[in-house]
Design a protein around this ligand. Sequence first.
Ligand code: FAD
Length: 430
Amino acid sequence: MRETNYWLETVREPAQGIRNDLPQSVDVAVVGSGFCGLSAARVLAKRGVNVSVLEAETLGWGASCRNGGMVLTGMKLDVPTLISRYGREPVQRMYAASLESIDVVQQIVKEEGIDCAFSRCGHLEVAWKASHFAGFSQSAERIRREFGHELRIVPKSELRQEIGSDIYFGGLVDETSAGVNPAQYVHGLAKAAQRAGACLYDHARVLDVKPDAANGNRRFRVTTSRGTLLAREVLLASGAYTTSATPALRKKVIPIGSYIIATEVLPAELARELSPRNRMIFDSKHFLYYYRLTPDNRMLFGGRAAFFPESESTVRESAELLRKGMIGVYPQLRDTKVEFVWGGTLDFTFDVMPHTGKIDGMHFAVGYAGHGVAAATWMGTKLAGVICGDADDNPFAQIAFPGAPIGLRSGNTWALPLAGMYYRVLDYFT
Ligand SMILES: Cc1cc2nc3c(=O)[nH]c(=O)nc-3n(C[C@H](O)[C@H](O)[C@H](O)COP(=O)(O)OP(=O)(O)OC[C@H]3O[C@@H](n4cnc5c(N)ncnc54)[C@H](O)[C@@H]3O)c2cc1C
């Protein structure tokens, strides 16, 4: 087994950053080259803005190349919780945004000719408990009524048409969701941004951002590991990897480790048995598993196997935990070799919601909580519009962005195993 991201192995010609020195000044400096930063840079450049993306590692290095590639409708929180928190009208706009975000990914892939196996294969949520399945019907009815969006209930007796496992109590299908190879997508997006005129700098870690008001012009002085530049606007698209270079945002982000294994290539017949409709699948637990077939018929199986951000030891431990989880779902894979394991860090916030707006005068978007493939792409395009002067109609810009509760500062990883235990207890009782 290799401790390597399988998706990256499938990228034939990765996008390359610029070797030359950083420019002295730009209109917009984007921090981070994931879906959010790159989709923003692509739109900004197409609209004639002089934009540079500053990436601490290689292009696309963060969560955007490491995820499950599930392009999902909805948000992490369920609809009744969202409506009771924000009211119907704002949630209708948020839900509409989640549907639109999948169209945006599809449109970018098509327009830019990105070869990334994008496919509207739908997602399947499987019920871990009988009570969860009862909740699916209510949820589907509420989503139909509030948003006019149709989901399909799959009773246990018909579940074999969707998944080759007998451990679940039923399912809920959303045909709108899609699947993608995330590493091919993020590198395609980077090349599209470059073609449009954006300058992408890798190994350019932002160390500090300070307001600078020389000659009466409000600007930011951005200090990086490759030098300093002045920027009229800064867009923070640093996700779960946000550092103390931007402390106000850092305090509001909870980084949570998530891990994935990928098996050897499965015989076509076995792959069809495991996932007859090639869905993006996840279960209804808090401590959930998510899984899918890759385009070359490997089983890719992920979960929050450890609550610490990824490190060599958490990646290794996760491989065995996830293999056991996978065999629990699919005993057919008992003798199948696991060939890859890797980890990444998810961007959660204290209210489990995406947020966007301005912080310390800088634009930002963060907090997709496992729904970032579509949402981060969408947020990036919306932020680019706002920077160009479009009206800000983003429903996520209009909700309060809570910080850490008193006494618990984000970034204290000691708190994460407690969060893990809390979710395991919830899974037992709910
Ligand atoms: C294992 C895993 C599985 C997931 N599965 C799914 C899924 O199936 N579906 C889904 O919708 N979402 C999923 N997600 C979530 C999704 O991948 C993220 O929400 C999304 O990629 C976030 O994109 P982003 O552009 O905001 O951030 P990222 O892609 O994380 O990019 C942020 C970048 O900023 C850079 N950076 C940070 N600080 C600095 C600095 N100071 N200077 C310069 N650069 C900096 C980082 O190096 C990083 O490359 C998953 C995430 C993980 C980790």
